[in-house]
Design a protein around this ligand. Sequence first.
Ligand code: NCD
Length: 317
Amino acid sequence: MNPLAGADILDIPSLRKADIELVLEAARAFEARLATESLIPLLRGRVLTTLFYEPSTRTRLSFEAAMLKLGGNVLSVSDTSASSVAKGESLADTARTVAQYCDVLVIRHPQPGSAREAADAADVPVINAGDGSHNHPTQALLDLYTLAKECGKLDGLRIALVGDLKYGRTTHSLAQALVHYHVELLLVSPPELRMPAWVTEFLAQSGVPFREAQSLPEAMAEADVVYMTRIQRERFSDPTQYERLKGTYVLTPELMAQAPRRPIILHPLPRVDEISPAVDGFKEAAYFRQVRNGLYVRMALLALVLGAISGAKEVLG
Ligand code: NCD
């Protein structure tokens, strides 16, 4: 048995460093096996349901691909207007119902705390695939995996999180995950979109050195890794504020060329205009490699949560 068997994955602080390392090591093992095999049937007969109340490309498809690569099956509710939700069913009732048909439930919902609500109602493990502007723990795990792979280490890195730190749930979960490593954080945002206090207080309590700033060139000059994010249009109550802030940071080839030692560039995607497509050709542009890593990390999560493996050893067989 492993400590994640049967567990809900709702946020990063609920995981210990050992749990995080277990996921990353299993993910490395899945990556190694997928180099020569296309199916690793550890979850035959198991069913994953993805219940998505918000748009998604990567997160939903990578969970579904992960389940299929593990020999399991997938039920997918992505058009909630075609389900009983449209009749006014509560999230708790929907989650409890859906859990009768599956072994694990992955949920994305606009309300902060919604994944926990679903987990309280469902009697199968629930994985949070994004609850509004709050958390996105599985993205943070694949971001850690990518950092370690691209940089060869996590300890010692100086990492800039850039963009919409207020509403960007990926930055909240990533910042929380990085407290387990010896890193320095640079939090770069317009004043209106600063990192919320619940995250910076967590960083301060954990003893992580961090500094707030506003300039992308400063981040490019100082950091080993620059993690760009999209201004989260759907979270703004005032559309004029979005219009004013949307073009604040744009990473261009010129900015890349000016940086004295070029940082690795990450982005959870989707991007709007914050990274010029002309940056994609730089070897430091790692965001599409980051996408691929999501598959390995989600295979690891599903295999661990469903108790099919206890660690990387059984994956390598
Ligand atoms: C992110 C999300 O949904 O929070 N996307 C993702 O899961 N890769 C980032 C975003 O939407 O900007």
